[in-house]
Design a protein around this ligand. Structure first.
Ligand code: SAM
Length: 461
């Protein structure tokens, strides 16, 4: 069977498969690798990916181990290519640069990338990478949230998850990997499955295409539906779900459909429509013989309070709200105004030598005062050794750009180590994604089950 590259990518890149072109940490480009031969889009090389780091014919990306670094190729891009080269000027990435490259006016184009100087890495698709590179049609759930959610709703191989709304499919991809049991041929009930619902027609259609081209057809069942009014049964049958994730504007409106029994009118939220059917023909989309775990995902606290109120009325238990405050912490050493080389031998901060040396001295004094105050003698000695070693490392790199005076004067002060180490966290507000409400609906427990259990374990006798 064709296993999705998200679940088992194999060892080599293959034709027609989704691959991720990694240009830089924040720039990932999904691409379907095509085994074209002949001229495509005017390129004799066949299909070509053009990036600001150069051109990459698909043929150079095919049948190679995942994770490979691939150098750009020189392709005959004609006049279009020349324009592209000029547009690439000013890139601040760690890719190779070619200062010899020229713009159309014949002057050197600073930092322009030649068609053959850059490189990319070719990565297999994973839910995490897909989340950062997918075409956004909505707000999406990001990795720090969905990894925690999947853990809390007990998603594991073989489980069946109800998800609404599907949106851009970010959560769906992570969820399907969590429930996939590794045996695509086992019958549905053992394979694990995502029952996903989306009421926006164009999002539904786009996501249906993606599910298909990602090889997830049997594992994700997407339905075009307004779940507030139509619930979660499929052709009148129960998906028998044991995990639920709701990323909807009004999750409380979907909750009555996720009950084991037909809710009484006083259990319904004020904005809910009357439910169809009778008590006796009520079919629950949930598994009866297991506790069901739910998470709802809402950006506003008012949504949380409404959701919790309805959860309580409907018998959900262990209700708890969590906010995942994920922060990136950028750690950097302050620059101290000296012509210092970076690891590619390029000057970072041009400035006068005198000015730089004075600054360094000031920094050194502050550095020593700080350490004298805050560290004991042993720790300071360790720091000095580390400084010495690091300074030696830098010297061994052979700094051709250093100016003589600065080198002499700062030999003992190890200038590159003196910039204070600083860290900067992202702003508090930026980290808020949504509030996560978790709850459990206990398993059904009938009189018969109680009697049978008593029969088996007659602890009360
Ligand atoms: N969780 C998704 C992801 O990770 O990509 C994003 C979901 S997006 C924030 C919310 C989605 O819910 C939208 O696509 C919207 O169309 C859908 N939606 C809103 N109300 C709905 C309803 N009553 N039934 C089904 N889908 C609904």
């Amino acid at each position: 069977p064709n296993i999705s590259p998200f679940l088992d990518p194999g060892t080599l890149t293959t034709p027609s498969s989704l691959a991720i072109v990694h240009l830089s940490r924040d720039n990932l480009q999904p691409v379907y690798l095509r085994d074209y031969s002949g001229v495509v889009d005017g390129y004799a090389e066949g299909a070509v990916i053009n990036t600001r780091f150069g051109s990459f014919p698909h043929s150079t990306l095919l049948n190679i181990p995942w994770g490979s670094q691939v150098r750009a190729s020189i392709v005959d891009t004609g006049s279009r290519g020349r324009k592209r080269k000029i547009a690439q000027v000013g890139d601040g990435d760690g890719q190779d640069k070619d200062s010899e490259n020229t713009a159309s006016d014949g002057k050197p184009a600073r930092n322009a990338v030649t068609a053959s100087s850059g490189f990319v890495h070719i990565l297999p698709p994973t839910p995490e990478i897909w989340t950062t590179s997918l075409p956004h049609r909505t707000q999406v759930v990001y990795t720090p949230d969905y990894s925690y959610i999947l853990h809390r709703i007990r998603a594991r191989p073989g489980m069946r998850i109800i998800e609404a709304g599907a949106g851009s499919g970010s959560f769906t991809h992570a969820a399907v990997r969590a429930v996939y049991n590794g045996y695509p041929d086992t019958p549905d009930e053992k394979t694990g499955k995502i029952f996903s619902f989306e009421f926006d027609k164009s999002r539904y259609e786009k996501m249906q295409e993606e599910i298909h081209s990602h090889g997830l057809d049997g594992l994700v069942q997407l339905t075009h539906r307004d779940v507030y009014n139509e619930g979660f049964l499929l052709d009148g049958e129960s998906p028998q779900a044991e995990c639920i994730f709701l990323d909807l504007p009004a999750p409380w409106r979907a909750l009555p459909h996720l009950s084991r029994r037909r809710p009484k009118p006083n259990q319904l939220p004020a904005d809910a429509k009357a439910l169809n059917g009778t008590d006796s023909d009520w079919k629950s989309p949930l598994r009866a013989d297991r506790s069901v775990y739910i998470c709802t995902f809402s950006p506003c606290i008012e949504q949380v309070t409404q959701t919790i109120e309805v959860m309580r009325r409907l018998g959900w238990m262990e209700i708890e709200m969590v906010e995942v405050c994920h922060k990136k912490i950028n750690v950097a050493r302050e620059r101290v105004g000296l012509n210092m080389p970076n690891d590619r031998g390029t000057n970072l901060t041009p400035g006068s030598v005198d000015e730089a040396v004075t600054k360094l001295r000031e920094v050194e004094i502050r550095f020593r005062e700080f350490h004298a105050k805050t560290q004991d003698a042993d720790a300071t000695m360790e720091d000095d050794t580390a400084e010495k070693e690091a300074a030696e490392d830098v010297n061994m790199n052979g700094d051709g750009n250093q100016q003589d005076g600065a080198a002499e004067d700062t030999q003992t002060t190890k200038p590159w180590m003196l910039g204070r180490l600083t860290h900067r966290t992202e702003a508090e507000l930026k980290t808020h994604t949504s509030y996560l409400v978790f709850a459990v609906l206990p398993q059904e427990w009938s009189e018969e089950q109680e009697a049978a259990a008593f029969e088996k374990w007659p602890c009360g006798k």
